[in-house]
Design a protein around this ligand. Structure first.
Ligand SMILES: [Ca+2]
Ligand SMILES: [Ca+2]
Ligand SMILES: [Ca+2]
Length: 479
């Protein structure tokens, strides 16, 4: 049983009918009130007053029967709910704005109507509705939301399955740096032209917002607190792991629809595989685990496969060679990074393992699949070790920046590495390990910045920081 909603006052009786939510409650001076509400969102539609104290509301042939107590006797009232509350000729279940006579349709479901009802206009709207300039794009409502007449978010996330996300890369003018305050967020997935996806923790939803304009294009209820977010760019879907609820939620970004898969343990890290499949690292113990169980969710499947136990707490997947890398964090046991071959028939097979003596903090794989960055605490000489994915045992060096490397991300060309440290976003050249740019991050909370990311076009580097109130996204233009 799930609690759906609470109605604003006490009722003597209630009836949930297919097209109506009906209640009977006490009115003024010996009268009862029958209220008609939407069975979908429970919004108030209409009410009628009846003589007597409220007793029951019942389904009756052809309508409903309201029963009140009048002068000590039951009184029976034939009750017919209003079929068209706003009188615009569109019956309630088919009227998207059942209490506003000016409009009745909203094809894309963004709250802006497709058209005015015949004979009505904006001056008749009781809800202050504004006509949708993009009636088939949920992300855009006003003319100014378009670029050349096309919804700006649809340019970044085209609905044509054959057109890639951010097909044109970052094309809008980008200020050198800036900041957007958002609700407390878990993880950050940048797209292009200032659009980012993040998990809003308090409201348990996925949000697509533009950091330049602050405009929100998409809100998808997840029903759980999200931790790790992982974008499958080919399929235009996003996976959200929720450690607390032991579930992975899959979001279709084009439709906003979701489905979820229960995980036996806490999902702590996600990685998209090479054939639309998803790898999930899950842990039994609390805190940062020293070993995880890896599951595979096949493309389009709902049942988990595998259950391979590996040392580590974070995973990344090398799609070109079908190899899984695991890294152990916060561990004094000398097993930081492992490389496994994956085969659907045989599962994970260890290829090689780098054994060091440092404490791992963060892990990133370059888009070309060649480089691994592993942030390490080393008692005052923290560093980011550079691994080659085809030869873990001979690291070519390290990116030496400021202390506490936490968030790590490679740019789309695999030539730059972004790292959030204790108070900076730093940009390194991947091959030479040279520091090529940095952005100070003003202190806004109690912990170091956790996230680093690049836009999919590569023109912006991001840092996300948990602040004392909400989170902040800061960006640095890459010139
Ligand atoms: Ca109507
Ligand atoms: Ca609309
Ligand atoms: Ca629209």
């Amino acid at each position: 049983m799930e609690h759906l909603d609470t109605l604003p006052h006490g009722h003597a009786d209630a009836l949930w009918a297919p097209d109506n939510l009906l209640t009977i409650s006490e009115g003024n001076y010996g009268f009862s009130v029958v209220e008609q509400r939407s069975p979908v969102d429970h919004a108030f539609w209409s009410e009628v007053e009846l003589e007597g104290e409220p007793l029951r509301i019942l389904a009756w042939s052809g309508g409903y029967l309201a029963i009140t107590q009048l002068l000590g006797e039951p009184a029976f009232h034939d009750y017919l709910p209003t079929l068209d509350v706003d009188g615009d000729g569109v019956v309630n279940p088919e009227d998207v704005f059942p209490t506003d006579p000016a409009a009745s349709a909203d094809t894309d479901g963004d709250g802006a109507p497709d058209a005015w009802n015949p004979g009505y206009g904006p001056e008749d709207s009781t809800l202050g509705l504004i006509l949708d300039a993009f009636p088939n794009d949920f992300a855009c409502q006003l003319e100014e939301h378009g670029i050349g007449g096309v919804c700006d978010f649809a340019l970044v996330l085209p609905s044509d399955p054959g057109e890639p996300i951010c097909g044109a890369g970052d094309v809008s003018p980008i200020p050198p740096t800036g900041v957007l305050a958002i609700p407390e967020a878990s993880d950050l997935v940048p797209l292009c032209d200032g659009w980012v996806l993040y998990g809003d923790l308090e409201n348990e939803q996925l949000v697509a917002q533009n950091v330049f304009s602050g405009r929100i294009a998409l809100v998808v209820p997840l029903g759980v607190r999200s931790d790790d977010l992982e974008l499958d760019t080919d399929a235009k879907r996003l996976f959200a792991a929720s450690e607390y609820d032991s579930v992975v939620v899959e979001v279709d970004l084009l439709t906003g629809t979701t489905s979820s898969v229960a995980v036996p343990e806490r999902p702590v890290s996600l990685a998209v595989g090479s054939v639309g499949d998803l790898f999930i690292a899950a842990a039994e113990d609390g805190g940062t685990p020293s070993s995880v169980v890896v599951y595979r969710l096949p493309d389009g499947g709902s049942a988990l496969e595998g259950g391979w136990s590996v040392p580590g707490s974070r995973i990344v997947y090398q799609r070109g060679r079908d190899e899984l890398f695991t890294a152990r964090f916060h561990s004094t046991v000398h097993v930081p990074v492992s490389r496994y071959a994956f085969d659907p028939a045989t599962g994970l097979t260890l290829i090689e393992r780098y054994e060091g003596s440092d404490i791992g903090k963060s892990l990133a794989l370059s888009p070309d699949g060649d480089h691994l960055a592993f942030g390490l605490f080393h008692y005052g000489s923290d560093t980011i070790t550079h691994f080659l994915t085809n030869d873990l045992l001979n690291p070519p060096g390290a990116w030496n920046g400021r202390v506490c490397p936490r968030g790590l991300a490679f740019d789309p060309t695999s030539t730059l590495l972004a790292a959030t440290t204790d108070d900076h976003l730093q940009i390194f050249d991947v091959d030479s390990h040279a520091l090529v740019g940095e952005l100070p991050l003003p202190e806004c909370g109690y912990v170091e910045p956790e996230q680093a990311a690049f836009s999919m076009g590569g023109a912006m580097a991001f840092a996300m920081e948990e602040c004392s109130s909400g989170s902040e996204i800061r960006w640095l233009r890459i010139d």
